[in-house]
Design a binder for this molecule. Structure first.
Ligand SMILES: Nc1ncnc2c1ncn2[C@@H]1O[C@H](COP(=O)(O)OP(=O)(O)OP(=O)(O)O)[C@@H](O)[C@H]1O
Ligand SMILES: [Mg+2]
Length: 341
């Protein structure tokens, strides 16, 4: 089982949409996949589930079926994590529902981090809660856990990243996104290094994540291509991505032989802005690449849906390859019916 986080501290770069679409794509290729909503905004959960179900999951009291519910005994200081509920979307796709209440875990995690230095077992239990929650939530056979997180470098994200084998970095070719990358790269390295030290102080009977958070590459979300925006500015930011990624994330020394984005092995995809498909997909609560004429995907949309499927399939293959998970051409019948391609 591989855990992959989609992370950038710049907001709105497409993290949640990526996790949603990739989880569907992996599942469609026979890879049992778990999507984990560790963003207290819970947007990923709202993409998967309709309002009726959300109302059931988020009643006024305990929320036993969300990530918050699983963490609640730890939050109350009365025990360890409870068994997490996995909402099954299809036989090969599950979701751990998010919760606005998750933000209450932020302080607990901030407080636990320095206490791990003192070999405090309860602090290690708190710090590894997400890791153990994901291990438990993938027991049905999930081979891949995709984590969605919020846009910040806070304690929840540090703990989510420590639980991750790999990190994919979605970004947009603009000043804010690249500035985000400059903060994020050194922060990831710092978290990895400190966790490595803390592991030597951890109790031996508690399952510990390695905290590898290996950068799998970046995904350029081409939101920057707008009619109103000068093409030159867009190109300038595009040209800077490979060198900023190498310096900030990989800590490489500058060299003169850095390939452009479209030839960069660290570039996992240049993803289009599917302007007209996304609103349709949100309305019918389906991935864009499963839209059918009955959903309103008619005329030029039909080709757009097919090209969207190919784009996400290509990206999914790159990620699976980097995670060492075989992704064949197999597609289950039920999901095939949903597909246009
Ligand atoms: N490839 C795409 N094509 C069209 N629209 C997209 C695409 N990716 C994302 N969007 C839209 O862009 C907006 C931001 O995307 P999303 O919520 O996935 O970003 P995020 O990085 O998760 O944001 P946050 O930082 O707030 O969590 C959403 O309205 C989403 O529908
Ligand atoms: Mg999001």
């Amino acid at each position: 089982m591989k855990t992959i986080a989609f992370f950038n501290n710049k907001g709105g770069v497409g993290k949640t949409s990526l996790v949603y679409h990739l989880a569907w794509m992996f599942a469609d290729h026979g890879i049992p996949t778990l999507a984990v909503d560790l963003d207290p905004q819970a947007n990923l959960t709202a993409m998967f589930l309709d309002e009726e179900r959300l109302e059931e999951l988020w009643p006024d009291d305990e929320h036993p079926q969300t990530v918050y519910g699983a963490l609640r005994p730890i939050l109350r200081g009365i025990g360890d994590i409870a068994k997490p509920h996995v909402e099954r979307i299809t036989p090969s796709l599950g979701v751990v529902p998010g919760d606005l209440g998750l933000s209450r875990f932020e302080d607990k995690l901030s407080d636990a981090w320095p206490r791990c230095h003192n070999r405090d077992e309860s602090a290690f239990r708190i710090m590894t809660a997400f890791h153990r929650l994901i291990e438990s939530a993938t027991e049905w056979g999930a081979e891949m856990a995709l984590i969605d997180v919020g846009p910040n470098l806070g304690a929840i994200n540090r703990s989510a990243l420590i639980a991750s084998d790999q990190v994919c970095l979605p970004l947009a070719p603009d000043l804010f996104s690249l500035q985000g990358l400059k903060n994020l790269g050194p922060t990831l390295r710092e978290w990895r290094d400190i966790w490595g030290e803390l592991l030597t102080k951890a109790p031996s009977d508690l399952p510990m994540p390695k905290g590898a958070m290996q950068p799998a590459g970046y995904i350029v979300m081409q939101h920057g291509i707008r009619d109103s925006r000068p093409v030159k500015a867009y190109q300038r930011w595009m040209e800077r991505i490979p060198s900023i990624y190498r310096a900030a994330v990989l800590d490489e020394k500058p060299t003169s032989r850095i390939p452009p984005v479209d030839q960069d092995p660290y570039s996992l995809a240049l993803l289009k802005h599917y302007r007209s498909l996304m609103p349709l997909a949100m309305e019918v609560r389906k991935p864009m690449f499963f839209l059918k004429p009955a959903d309103g995907a008619i005329g030029a949309h039909v080709d757009a849906v097919k090209s969207c499927y190919r784009d996400f399939q290509h990206l999914a293959r790159r990620i699976a390859q980097s995670a060492g998970i075989a992704m064949n051409g197999y597609r289950s019948n039920t999901q095939l019916e949903n597909s246009n391609s």
